[in-house]
Design a protein around this ligand. Structure first.
Ligand code: ITT
Length: 184
């Protein structure tokens, strides 16, 4: 089935398309004032469904750094100015030995009949000492994945999609759609 994806982030859109194929972006202006990834994903997907009258999905995602008490978390897109976000994390972690972190993606699916659900994907890794790699986007260059011996920005798009928080959340969403008998 074809979905509207409520996002202004073209990298997210690209990754959804690489995995799902036919996804139509919709630019919605809505305040993400929820207190969890799931709440913010629902806010975006509900707004898109209301606007289009069609099924809509949205992803809310971010990086949670253990030594920073889970920050930036749901504030990952607003953590610092564009261009300084990775550097800010590296500054905050200077001299810190505990470098564990996770990427989280929550996807909400909302249907015109009022049905809605969320699906979550997570992946654990380590924050590097400096950025490595040019693929991906956002915090990918500072997120080291021990199972690959590489940062997420050093993975091919295929590998990132197979292993990432977003890839896992999309697979979990597809499973729920199938269980609900929604044609795919
Ligand atoms: P929309 O809300 O319009 O979809 P956004 O970029 O504002 O786009 P979020 O509010 O979900 O999206 O913020 C997620 C931020 O977390 C994103 O801007 C990146 O900085 C970071 N992020 C999420 N997924 C990531 C990934 O796969 N790789 C690297 N950074 C990621």
């Amino acid at each position: 089935m074809r979905f509207y994806l409520a996002t202004t982030n073209h990298n997210k859109l690209r990754e959804f398309r690489e995995i799902l194929g036919d996804v139509e972006p919709i630019d919605i202006d809505v305040e993400e004032n929820g207190s969890s990834f799931e709440e913010n994903a629902l806010i975006k997907a509900r707004a898109a469904c209301r606007l289009t009258g069609e099924p809509a999905v949205a992803d809310d995602s971010g990086l949670c750094v253990d030594a920073l008490g889970g920050e930036p978390g749901i504030y990952s897109a607003r953590y610092s100015e564009v261009g300084d976000r990775k550097a800010k994390i590296l500054r905050e972690l200077q001299g810190e030995v505990k470098r564990s972190a996770k990427f989280v993606s929550a996807i909400a699916a909302v249907f015109p009949d009022g049905e809605e659900f969320t699906a979550r994907g997570e992946v654990r890794g380590e924050i590097t000492d400096k950025p490595y790699g040019d693929n991906g986007f956002g915090y990918d260059p500072i997120f080291y994945m021990p199972e690959f011996g590489k940062t997420m920005a050093e993975l091919t798009p295929e590998l990132k999609n197979a292993a990432s928080h977003r890839g896992k959340a999309i697979q979990a969403m597809l499973k729920q759609l199938k269980a609900r008998g929604v044609p795919q």
